[in-house]
Design a binder for this molecule. Structure first.
Ligand code: MG
Length: 352
């Protein structure tokens, strides 16, 4: 942790600084509950009995950005965190903190977008809360969204296929720590779109073309993938981007990961925008993409089905799990190898 003994923006930016905050303060006080997947797992969601449970706060600034808004982000973020454990999202709880002075018309636009996103995902908001605070730094409103999910037929099928490839596999959910040597890593589409869209809205920048956020619920795409089977691990590379998600996997599963730079899909305008701004597209948050760790013999089948979905049409196999080393490394386009470290934090503030 930095020398600062107060909260700084980096403490909320994903990456190493936030990780230290959670380990130093949150886990010692709130950890310790014995459950299948609890707080200490630091996975995308928890498992309590047969229920998958997730809670997430959304503070994106501004609340409207190209391709999305805070309402869609809240629904998609929670739905996706449930779905990447293999759960079928069922119901959401929504806590609003509204800032004094927020226009009713803006609040309605957010609610309408939440409704559309809920319909898309097939979920409902069933509980919630509303608070108002004095005009200040919120930027209109913040949304806390929680959600629950349940086991599905698709998950059971997926796990059965994994067990055919890997006899000792005994996980009941698709968890970060499941990844094993020999798994292939698939990325479901282009990275950096959300980060650049939010940054352009924050700074009033344009990049010669319209970069829109990828924010969307991915549960239907994920269900189709689970119906193929062979997926051992999934994760949404949000704050801290692909680099953060891969490093979390490597640490939790105690494996090395080698990714191939030339196979990582990045839109040209996003690449140019990142170069202009001096930020790394691999460290920028995404809201409509997942990475998957897949049993080797099922990889091509999973990729083929992903590519047939509109959310996963740009999917690529970007790497593999290895025992050659125990960190994340990248084979660069010029043929060298470099370590891909855990980012300090996402370079874009208040990205989600
Ligand atoms: Mg997540």
């Amino acid at each position: 942790m930095q020398n600062s003994e107060r909260i700084i923006m980096a403490h909320g930016a994903g990456g190493a600084v936030m990780g230290t905050l959670i380990e130093r303060f949150v886990l010692p006080y709130l950890g310790g509950f014995q459950t299948e997947v609890g707080l200490e797992a630091l996975d995308d969601a928890a498992v309590v009995g047969e229920v998958v449970f997730k809670s997430d706060s959304h503070v994106v600034r501004p609340i409207f950005f190209p391709g999305g808004d805070i309402g869609r982000l809240a629904v998609a973020g929670t739905v996706n965190d449930l779905a990447v454990l293999g759960a079928e999202p069922v119901a959401l709880g929504c806590g609003f903190v509204l800032e004094e002075g927020l226009d009713f018309s803006d609040f309605e636009l957010v609610l309408e977008s939440m409704k559309t996103s809920c319909d898309e995902a097939g979920v409902f908001v069933v509980t919630g809360d509303t608070k108002v605070v004095e005009k200040g730094a919120l930027g209109g409103l913040v949304v806390n969204m929680s959600g629950i999910g349940k086991r599905s037929k698709a998950l059971a099928h997926n796990l059965a296929v994994v067990r055919k490839c890997w006899r000792n596999f005994d996980a009941r959910w698709v968890l970060d720590k499941n990844l094993r040597v020999g798994n292939k890593i698939i990325l479901s589409g282009t990275i950096g779109d959300h980060g650049l869209a939010v940054l352009s809205a924050q700074e009033g920048l344009t990049f010669g073309s319209k970069i829109a956020s990828d924010v969307k619920p991915l549960n239907h795409m994920i269900e189709q993938v689970l119906e193929v089977g062979g997926v051992v691990s999934m994760k949404d590379p949000t704050r801290g981007g692909l680099a953060n998600a891969l490093n979390e996997w490597s640490v939790k599963a105690k494996v090395g990961i080698l990714v191939h730079e030339e196979n990582i899909p990045i839109r040209n305008d996003v690449r140019i925008g990142c170069e202009m701004l001096g930020i790394d597209p691999l460290e920028v948050g995404n809201e409509g993409k997942i990475i998957l760790g897949v049993e080797d013999e099922m990889t091509n089948d999973v990729l083929a089905v992903l590519k047939r979905t509109k959310e996963g049409k740009d999917a690529e196999i970007i790497g593999e799990v290895t025992d050659e080393f125990s960190l994340v490394a990248m084979k660069t386009v010029v043929g060298g190898r470099r370590i891909l470290p855990m980012p300090v934090g996402d370079p874009v503030p208040r990205i989600c």
